[in-house]
Design a binder for this molecule. Structure first.
Ligand code: BES
Ligand code: MN
Ligand code: ZN
Length: 496
């Protein structure tokens, strides 16, 4: 889908559908009024006939009067006084659904007057482009042709006022990159686990590096990991035919001397639980246990496309967690890359094991901040459901910046405490720590484990177990939290 931003009047746009807003009690926006004049009162006439009142969430399609003339959609916005960000987001979703379900290949939207009272134009553009990107996403690479219903919409023109042009163009360009990054993450997440194993995930990082000159890629294979002493990552991958990988994508958009922001993604391409085998119900969804890694790759793609003036390193720590004669057992003790030892009491708490070695390894980048992203605990879903990521860490400013970015992008995160007292739950009789902390506060004790490997830099952890994918009829990866992290990075770039 291609977007363009223009200050030309919508009446001149020849797209298949022209979309204008109408407030409650049939109050046409100015754009709707000018279009109404050109159409000899067709819009106000249809409204008067009682077909719609401009209620929030309503749409009224007025077909083209003749071949080659565009049709019109009146997008209901509700009462003008109540038109806020919530309403605007809903209107964006409604119109995105309508436009992507119709046969037309192009659409023009008059958005100058759709900016809600509590937000600005950039927000509106971001929200609209994100909604269209989401509605147009399909994953049908594995389906037969007869089952595939392609989205026809190819071109979207956003009509704004002259003085909004610059802001709208920039926001649109940024949003398109974020949508592309999210979709990349979604594709990786949705790919079946027989095709997406650690080597394949590393391969997709190499592919990204080929497309962008400013990306440098490093892939550590199982031999490299052995030499390094990354025994925790190796322990998780031991039961699989597909050996683990540790990957770094180094993006340098700022000066050489500037410390990078490092993103570390959990890339368990399939989590059976290992010898501590999971119950069979919905186990297929454990192909999504690499969504943290997918997020990192999606973010790096978007950062490289936007040429952000930042240094960002994306790290993927990947293994397949399988039961096998060679697999790790409950009771095994491994010496992690940091030198600390871990008693693996449950092989299903494998995410923290692949992450801990990666968190030690990234010290070599002398990071300004490290953010890890992981589908880490079922307990996170119990605590925050499917709306909200959990954020924990050792640096209040970093956590606040992430929360703020989440709110702005509507990809929200909420903080859980990481108090010292919880560390007690990780005590082991035989090693420096156990890899599980019992039933209470599962998300917090998992973060406590990671904190022991992240002491040498500002660090935050995002538990995305509840938000990375949807189950049920709409099963599929969401691409979250690419929007949150991109907003954070854009904020960082703006603050320079
Ligand atoms: N990948 C899972 C967490 C998960 C489960 C995410 C379900 C989304 C949905 C993780 O590796 C795991 O199995 N965690 C265990 C930890 C426990 C053994 C301490 C869990 O949450 O049950
Ligand atoms: Mn697990
Ligand atoms: Zn897992």
């Amino acid at each position: 889908m291609k977007f363009s931003v223009t200050a030309a009047p919508i009446t001149q746009d020849k797209a298949r559908l022209r979309v204008v807003g109408v407030f409650r009690k049939r109050k046409l926006t100015r754009a709707a009024e000018t279009l109404d004049e050109v159409l000899d009162g067709a819009l106000s006439g249809t409204l008067k006939a009682g077909e719609s009142d401009g209620d929030a969430g309503s749409t009224l399609l007025i077909p083209a009067a003749a071949k080659g003339v565009p049709g019109t959609v009146l997008l209901g916005l509700g009462p003008r006084k109540e038109y806020d960000a919530k309403r605007a987001r809903k209107a964006c979703r409604t119109i995105a659904k309508l436009l992507t379900e119709r046969p037309g290949d192009s659409a023009a939207l008059a958005i100058a007057e759709l900016v809600p009272s509590d937000q600005d134009l950039r927000w509106l553009v971001r929200t609209l482009v994100a909604a269209l990107g989401d509605a147009a996403y399909r994953f049908d690479a594995y389906k037969g042709k007869e089952d595939v219903q392609p989205v026809r919409l190819q071109r979207v023109d956003l009509h704004v006022n002259e003085d909004q042009l610059e802001d709208a163009r920039q926001a649109c360009q940024q949003s398109e990159a974020i949508v592309a990054g999210s979709n990349h993450a979604r594709d990786l997440g949705n790919t079946p686990p027989n095709d997406l194993y650690p080597e394949a995930l590393a391969e997709s990082a190499l592919e990204l590096a080929k497309q962008h000159r400013k990306l440098k890629v490093t892939v550590l294979d199982e031999k490299d990991l052995e030499e390094l002493g990354a025994n925790a990552i190796l322990a998780v991958g031991r039961g699989s035919e597909h050996p683990p990988r540790l990957v770094a994508l180094d993006y340098r958009g700022a000066g050489k001397g500037e410390a990078p922001i490092v993103l570390v993604g959990k890339g368990i391409t399939f989590d059976t639980g290992g010898i501590s085998l999971k119950p069979g119900d919905a186990m297929d969804e454990m192909k999504y246990d690499m969504c943290g890694a997918a997020t990192v790759l999606g973010v790096i793609k978007a950062v490289a496309e936007l040429k952000l003036p930042l240094n960002v390193v994306g790290v993927v720590t990947s293994a397949e967690n399988m039961p096998d004669g060679r697999a790790s057992r409950p009771g095994d003790i491994v010496k992690t890359l940091s030198g600390q030892t871990v008693e693996i009491l449950n092989t299903d708490a494998e995410g923290r094991l692949v992450l801990c070695d990666a968190l030690t390894w990234v010290e070599r980048f002398k990071p300004k901040a490290v953010i890890d992203i992981a589908t880490l605990t079922g307990a996170c879903i119990v605590a925050l459901g499917h709306q909200t990521s959990a954020v924990l860490g050792n640096d209040a400013d970093l956590i606040d910046a992430l929360k703020k970015a989440g709110t702005a992008s509507h990809d929200r995160a909420w903080e859980l405490p990481l108090w010292e007292e919880y560390q007690e739950q990780l005590k082991s009789n035989f090693a420096d720590m156990a890899n599980i902390g019992g039933r209470p506060a599962g998300t917090i004790t998992a973060a406590c484990f990671l904190a022991r490997y992240a002491e040498n830099y500002p660090w935050a952890h995002l538990d995305i177990a509840g938000v990375a994918w949807k189950s049920g009829k709409e099963k599929g990866a969401t691409g979250r939290p690419v929007p949150l992290l991109m907003q954070y990075l854009l904020d960082q770039a703006n603050a320079k």
